[in-house]
Design a protein around this ligand. Structure first.
Ligand code: NAD
Ligand code: WQD
Length: 340
């Protein structure tokens, strides 16, 4: 058991990870400024796990406040750093907002970890760093491509900052986790994704269409070089992803006096097309999804899925939940928040 700081712990992936950390007997301190989450998520975590973790309503860009959290909890052993802005389109419109929040926030975390001798860090990175890879499935060794958006660039910059920063610490081990497309919600239906305004990701669009909030789903392109013409991604269940964080945390906690930076892809290893997502959702929930094919979305890549051998072998982790069950969990969550 260890005391773990989870930045962005009331957000989508963070909240699911907090639940799994608590189930594994870790003590969690959540730092979140509620810029993209709600305080009610804390109740959801409490209802699932029977424990209400310590919550510090802090902006990680406010270094003095951040530092005060580290000073208050002198026995922190690791930080899982989720807190960041993540809307690709918004990052194009207001890039400085993204560089400031995601990069300055990251530097503040690293400085506090150094000041208070916190030796372990897990960072939320993204498959976006690979762009459209030449070879599929994509391994961690694939070349990083020029970012398609300021958001994607913040992930690349933060990865570089971390891998440089380890050399300025006496003992600092880190794991960079590159998520593919996280989807679904906790099986209890008590926590899930809370997209503010119009969502940008596929699954919230599908569930909102099923709920009647949207008349139909727009499928962006059916002329890709894929079996059914629609784009392919690797959709990973958020609870499987949360498990991987616990395993990564426990791996780091066993290390001492190292200066290491490991990188793992977190996906299923299987690509699924947009049209397959729709048909699997329909099969799983019995809800029909009306859709229209429209032009490709600017900036979209054609297809990507993960080579997960390294995570399978080194972490002993594998995504196990079926896509049907994952999409059923997303629908259960949508029905709960819409009170259907
Ligand atoms: P999210 O927006 O649901 O969660 C992020 C949380 O961080 C929110 O609760 C928000 O309020 C908080 N936050 C943001 N800026 C903050 C700040 N300055 N100070 C304190 N709290 C702050 O996002 P998510 O989907 O859970 O993503 C978590 C992480 O994973 C992000 O770093 C994201 O870039 C990365 N990621 C997400 C995806 C995805 O598709 N969801 C894919 C790859 C990587
Ligand atoms: C998936 C597929 C769309 C909506 C984004 C970020 C990326 C990373 C993961 C954080 C694509 C299609 C979507 C719709 C559709 N996040 N689609 N109709 O594009 O893989 O990546 O999330 O790091 O940075 O850009 O995910 O869920 O937006 O789209 O046809 O209404 O669904 O074109 O092929 P994407 P997504």
């Amino acid at each position: 058991m260890a005391k773990i700081v989870v930045t962005g712990g009331l957000g989508y992936i963070g909240s699911h990870t907090v639940v799994e950390l608590i189930a594994n007997k870790h003590e969690v301190v959540i730092i979140d400024n509620l810029s993209n989450s709600e305080i009610s998520v804390l109740d959801g975590i409490n209802s699932i796990s029977g424990i209400k973790p310590v919550f510090e309503e802090i902006d990680i860009c406010d270094k003095d406040s951040l530092s005060s959290v580290f000073a208050k909890h002198m026995d922190i052993q690791a930080v899982i750093h989720f807190a960041a802005y993540k809307a690709v389109g918004e990052s194009v419109e207001d890039s400085l907002l993204y560089y400031k929040n995601n990069v300055v926030g990251m530097i503040n975390i690293l400085e506090c970890m150094k000041k208070y001798n916190v030796p372990h860090l897990i960072f939320s990175s993204s498959c976006t760093v690979y762009g459209q890879p030449e070879k599929l499935p994509v391994t961690e060794e694939a070349p990083i491509q020029k970012a398609m958006s300021p958001y994607g660039n913040t992930k690349q910059i933060c990865e570089e900052i971390i891998s440089d920063a380890i050399h300025s610490y006496h003992s600092f081990s880190t794991i960079l986790l590159r998520y593919f497309n996280p989807i679904g919600a906790h099986p209890s239906g008590l926590i899930g994704e809370l997209p503010k305004g119009v969502p940008s990701n596929l699954v919230p669009f599908i569930t909102q269409t099923a709920a009647g909030i949207r008349k139909k789903l727009l499928v962006f392109g059916d002329d890709y070089n894929t079996p059914d013409g629609s784009a392919i991604r690797d959709y990973i269940y958020v609870v499987d992803l949360a498990h991987a964080h616990v395993i990564a945390t426990n791996r780091l906690l066993k290390q001492s006096n190292t200066q290491e930076c490991e990188i793992f892809n977190l996906g299923t290893g299987k690509g699924v097309s947009v049209l397959e997502m729709i048909s699997t959702f329909e099969k799983s929930t019995g809800k029909k999804i009306p859709y229209t094919i429209v032009d490709r979305r600017a900036g979209d890549i054609e297809q990507v899925w993960a080579d997960t051998q390294s995570a399978n072998k080194e972490l002993g982790w594998k995504a196990g939940t079926s896509l049907q069950d994952v999409l059923a969990s997303a629908w259960k969550w949508e029905k709960r928040i819409r009170q259907l």
